[in-house]
Design a protein around this ligand. Structure first.
Ligand code: NIG
Ligand code: FE
Length: 416
């Protein structure tokens, strides 16, 4: 008898059905089934439909049966942009920012990313694993079932590899699915001050081959920003990573419009992220190239920067994803409820677009739209059950976690 899970009588089964990113107006389509049911076997979704139709003739004995009457059921959320494996915190910098100092000013004065780099270099592997585990537990409780995590707080061979190994260890023994991204080009470390080209050479020539050889990362990312890495340096690194078989992501057009969006389209990146300053031409280029535009509203909120032009992106047929950007500097939060609230109130996304952005489009931003991000037959049974009968409560119940149950691979892993 297979290990079988049955969910029945869901007020809404919000399938988000699809196997690719949903661009533009398609983001409004959530594929909702009322009085819905779902059958999963061995962790894979086997049937989806109305309760009458799906359960007709099915033997409920020997199955785990969840009655979701009065509740909305959705795919698990995908948080497609975080920097979760780090040590050390920066509350004093947050205080300076509140007093008016700019994020880039702190970085120019030797704070910011290199501050966390120092703490992460010092931290032991086991310490990073335990920090990571606690963070993943909290994310899972908010309904996140797939998370991306970046290196980028080592900025040397040993620590970049350590961060990636920590993610591999957690991926093996935590219910969360982790997609690891190599972000060696997150900042120029003190050892290479004033020699950013040499640092890119080091990343390409020495670190990248090890990352790729040991299959420690699925994606490669770069902080393409004024005062960090230029588009030319970013292109050089990304094309090298592509030759090593990695998929590409960019921190693009966050503070200054540098052409990061256009570069993402040119190199065929999975996603370009931040995009606060992306131009109309950049948006069109990303839409044409099928680059997911990942928006991180908690970062704009925390940095008091203007929000990304989400409505314009959707009008121009971009596929928008939402993520937390969890990190100890610009966005010290992994709260999905906060992201949903900011997306509604400041990005002006509709409740439907917010759900697509947190599920199927997040999955596409990780190259996993075939495996997760929707309740479709053949996908992983990564499922959340809300306390309320409609997905609309996700962005309406401000800052409150309304996820009652989290199911990962067909198994209930959280009961709130
Ligand atoms: O996505 N912008 C660059 N990287 C992170 C911030 C990292 C940090 O401040 O530690 C971001 O916002
Ligand atoms: Fe980031």
């Amino acid at each position: 008898m297979p290990n079988r899970l049955i969910i029945k009588n869901a007020a809404q089964l919000v399938t988000c059905s699809g196997f690719a990113a949903k661009p533009g107006a398609a983001m409004a389509d959530l594929g909702i089934i009322e009085d819905g049911a779902l059958i999963a076997e061995e962790g894979i979704i086997r049937a989806v439909g109305s309760t009458d139709r799906i359960l007709d003739g099915v033997d409920l004995q020997a199955s785990t049966v969840l009655d979701a009457s009065g509740k909305a059921v959705l795919p698990g959320f995908v948080d497609s942009h975080t920097h979760f494996p780090f040590a050390g915190y920066r509350p004093e910098e947050y205080g300076w920012r509140l007093a008016g100092m700019r994020y880039m000013e702190i970085m120019e004065r030797g704070g910011g990313i290199v501050n966390t780099m120092a703490a992460t270099r010092k931290a032991g592997r086991q310490e990073l694993i335990e920090l990571g585990r606690r963070r993943l537990d909290a994310m899972l409780a908010m309904g996140v079932t797939t998370v991306e995590g970046k290196s980028g707080y080592g900025l040397d061979m040993e620590t970049e590899i350590k961060q990636l190994e920590v993610m591999a260890a957690l991926n093996a023994d935590h219910p969360m699915d982790i997609v690891a991204t190599f972000l060696g080009a997150h900042a120029v470390p003190p050892e290479y001050e004033g020699r950013s080209d040499d640092y890119i050479d080091f990343i390409i020539g020495e670190v990248l081959p090890v990352v790729s050889e040991r299959r420690l990362a699925q994606c490669c990312d770069v902080f393409c920003e004024k005062g960090v890495f230029t588009p030319a340096q970013s292109r050089r690194l990304l094309l090298a990573a592509q030759r090593h078989g990695l998929q590409l992501k960019l921190h693009a057009d966050e503070i200054v419009s540098l052409g990061g969006a256009e570069l993402a389209a040119e190199v065929g990146a999975l996603s370009a992220d931040h995009l606060l300053q992306a131009t109309d031409a950049g948006m069109d280029a990303m839409a044409r190239a099928g680059v997911v535009t990942t928006l991180l509203p908690a970062t704009a909120f925390s940095l008091k920067e203007p929000y990304a032009r989400a409505r314009e992106m959707i009008r121009r047929e971009c596929a928008v994803a939402l993520a937390t950007d969890f990190n100890p500097g610009s966005s010290f939060t992994f709260s999905v409820p906060l992201i949903a609230a900011l997306a509604a109130l400041h990005l002006e996304l509709t409740p439907e677009e917010i759900v697509s952005a947190l599920t199927i489009n997040g999955a596409a931003a990780l190259g996993r739209a075939n495996q997760v991000g929707s309740l479709d037959v053949g996908k992983a049974a990564d499922i959340i059950v809300l306390e309320y009968p409609s997905y609309r409560f996700i962005s309406y119940h401000l800052g409150v976690n309304i996820v009652q149950k989290v199911i990962k691979g067909g198994r209930v892993v959280v009961e709130n």
